[in-house]
Design a protein around this ligand. Sequence first.
Ligand code: PEP
Length: 261
Amino acid sequence: MNFTNEKPFIAGNWKMFKTVPEAVDMVKKLHEASLGLEKAQFVVIPAYTALSEVSRALQGSPVQIGAQNMHWEDRGAFTGEVAAPMLKDVGCSFVVIGHSERRQLFGETNETVNKKIRAALTHGLVPIMCIGESLEEKEGGNTIPKVQSQITEGLEGLDAEQVRRIIIAYEPLWAIGTGLTATPDQAQEVHRFIRSDLAEKHGNDVASCAIILYGGSVKPENTRSLLREKDINGALVGGASLKADSFAEIAREAIKAYEEK
Ligand code: PEP
């Protein structure tokens, strides 16, 4: 799996939206929108039910596909769960791990995040590990300690070679689906901390190559100012990735931001 922070990385998390025909139609529209695919890296993240068909629709395209979650075991009596080999089987290259909705609504912890990341890496999937603080934590001045503990515990026991194959998405909870976005300065401060923490624990080489995404109400109007920041390498987009025109516009703005860096 080749990915780089020399081009913007844009991932669209479609959450629990879109039937199979709707998801396939979206992919067609994205292709028609001529995104400048060679200048960026794109990943679409549909619901499990649409993975297979979307993957088929993406054959021959540089757009890649990821899943929204997975279990850490390869198989077993885990009703309702999906395993890494199953995601590979339907063409996934990426998997979101520890999204705040999973942490808040489905009891995910840093420990389960760590197990899932290990399993994803074992099967050659690139984990997109989500971290971020709540509004209360932000207001209490606890953003950095929160993010640091999520990184430390989420990546516990992994060596530099493994950490190199992980993408981190900083998604402040107060910005997800709320219309509130971190300012470029606020986001950059946390991203810079994340990169320095990676450097301290896993070496400068891992840190300088790391892809660190921002997520939380990213839309066409704020993409460029966020992605112009030194340590922001792309975006994990929820709501605004559900419509082809706004997702395509985010992609165009991301490319412009990178040209201006
Ligand atoms: C997300 O769910 O990862 C997300 C960032 O959502 P939104 O863009 O809608 O805030």
